[in-house]
Ligand binder design. Sequence first.
Ligand code: 5GP
Ligand code: MG
Length: 181
Amino acid sequence: MHPDVKKILVSEEEIQKKCTQLGQEITEAYRNYPQPPLLVALLKGSVPFLACLISRIELDIEYDFMDVSSYNGTESMGDVRILKDLGQSIKGRDILLVEDIVDTGRTIVEVGKMLKNKGANEIKVVTLLDKPSRRVVDAKADFVGFEIPNEFVIGFGLDYNEKYRNLNYVGVLKEEVFQGE
Ligand code: 5GP
Ligand code: MG
């Protein structure tokens, strides 16, 4: 375990098992769609989860990336800005938005609106982690890996000031890591 980590909330093994399960659910959910979904992954946090998930989806999916920002350190800033946009038209496409974590819900609601404005057909959301107790807007993911309590987590794509994304588990940092800032 990384020396800055206080405890592991979701282990590597649990994440891998969950990716297999979600991959199967997604495969079933989209099996009868006229065209497989375009996965839109939100940078940078969802990259490890996207990589884990796509090999378990048995459909001819495609994926693309968007980068939006709403967070600075551990506090929500409340507004969502596009830092990097999609590289293709999504007119008429069914979109599966891939998130690392749904917290207040603002990101998936705002990005959902942006994708609709670009002419997307149906938008579903898959998230590795969900903190339902933190919601400030009405937002619900269609596929959820793990519900977690109201704690700031890092690992498996999730960062604290850009660090810890490369951990293969999800954990909570020791208090002194924040005090050292
Ligand atoms: P929301 O818009 O739902 O409040 O926030 C979604 C985004 O906030 C996530 O994609 C993630 O980047 C960030 N976020 C929310 N909770 C956490 C957390 O516990 N740890 C980290 N590292 N990022 C978080
Ligand atoms: Mg994110």
